[in-house]
Design a protein around this ligand. Structure first.
Ligand SMILES: [Ca+2]
Ligand SMILES: [Ca+2]
Ligand SMILES: [Ca+2]
Ligand SMILES: [Ca+2]
Length: 331
């Protein structure tokens, strides 16, 4: 080829490039549902549809399954994402900016385990590493946890303690739970009657996993709140939950805002009258508290993902308060 013609062709190519840049960036050469630009943001390979080789496409991992497209086994349970019934590790932040949690559900031979790493920053930093062993229907079987208080005040000694919930049988064969709650104020221990359909305040939202959901479905169950026990209150709420609507749930991701098809669940938490005058004033004689959860829908046979949920909180120190935290999954 004549050298001048080659130069001209090169120049034409360079001039043509800006015009073609949009389509170049939007290009999905490996057909994994992510453009080259999106792959650059996530760090995945634009020439490989399944960068980590776990059987799931890069785009499906990010948008559909909430797994890591760069890790073969996102929740590190030994089962690759493509074969795992609960493959994800979810990172949540509460909208008050106080608490972050990382949730993993691991299905093992002895049932399900929900592992939650919680960090609460209220001046001091409280971290809790929970493992809840759950029945197939997500009711609680037993739990163990490690709690750590890291005080800002250098004159206060930091605290680490181990706690548990352990099932027991009573003299007449009734179901009981032995509970140990460590805190910097000392150790609280109790054995209480345990209804079969009970779960903890952090598990209630997972009750809806592994069920084909549809609008109008209802469930009744009990939710245990251990702080109430320590304060001499009935530790259980009786809950009625209902799938109330199919909605579109917006979520901000690293690849921009995205609408997810979701089910909205409303759960009414009822409690026997509180003994404590403060709680009676705040919550009324027979409180009914409405909590919400949004779970993904219509994405094949895989476990739905909790996109957003509300949970109750009670704080007695330093100032009494009652309220809700709204947790949203972060992408
Ligand atoms: Ca791609
Ligand atoms: Ca790719
Ligand atoms: Ca993959
Ligand atoms: Ca993966």
């Amino acid at each position: 080829m004549n050298r001048n013609v080659a130069w001209v062709l090169l120049l034409v190519g360079l001039i043509a490039l800006p015009g073609g840049a949009g389509s170049l960036w939007a290009q999905d050469d490996d057909g994994d549902g992510l453009s080259a630009e999106q792959e650059a943001i996530l760090g995945t390979d634009p020439a490989r549809a399944d960068t980590d080789g776990d059987g799931l496409l890069d785009g499906d991992e990010y948008f559909l399954y909430f797994t890591n497209p760069l890790e073969e086994d996102t929740d590190r349970d030994g089962i690759p994402d493509g074969e795992d019934r609960y493959p994800f590790e979810l990172f949540y932040r509460d909208l008050n900016g106080i608490t972050t949690t990382v949730d993993r559900i691991v299905a093992g031979p002895e049932g399900l385990r929900l592992r939650q790493l919680v960090e609460i920053k209220v001046g001091n930093v409280i971290t809790v590493d929970w493992t809840n062993v759950l029945q197939e229907d997500f009711t609680l079987q037993e739990a163990e946890f490690l709690i750590r208080f890291d005080f800002l005040d250098p004159t206060r000694e930091d605290f680490v303690g181990e706690g548990y919930y352990r099932p027991r049988k009573g003299e007449n064969g009734e179901s009981l739970m032995e509970i140990r709650l460590p805190s910097y104020e000392g150790i609280f221990e109790a054995v209480i009657p345990w209804p079969g359909n009970a779960m903890t305040i952090s598990d209630w939202v997972y009750r809806f996993y592994d069920r084909p959901l549809e609008v109008g479905q209802r469930w009744a169950f009990n939710v245990f709140y251990h702080e109430l026990l320590r304060w001499g209150e009935d530790p259980f709420f009786s809950v009625t939950a209902e799938v109330v609507a199919e909605v579109s749930m917006p979520l901000d991701t690293r690849l921009g805002r995205r609408e997810y098809p979701a089910y909205e669940i409303r759960a009414v938490f009822r409690h026997a009258p509180f003994q404590d005058p403060f709680f009676r004033t705040q919550l009324g004689e027979n409180p009914e508290l409405v909590l919400q959860a949004f779970l993904t829908r219509g994405e094949g046979a895989r476990a739905p993902v909790v996109l957003r949920y509300t949970t109750l909180f009670f704080r007695v120190t330093p100032t009494k308060s009652v309220g809700f935290s709204v947790f949203q999954v972060q992408r």
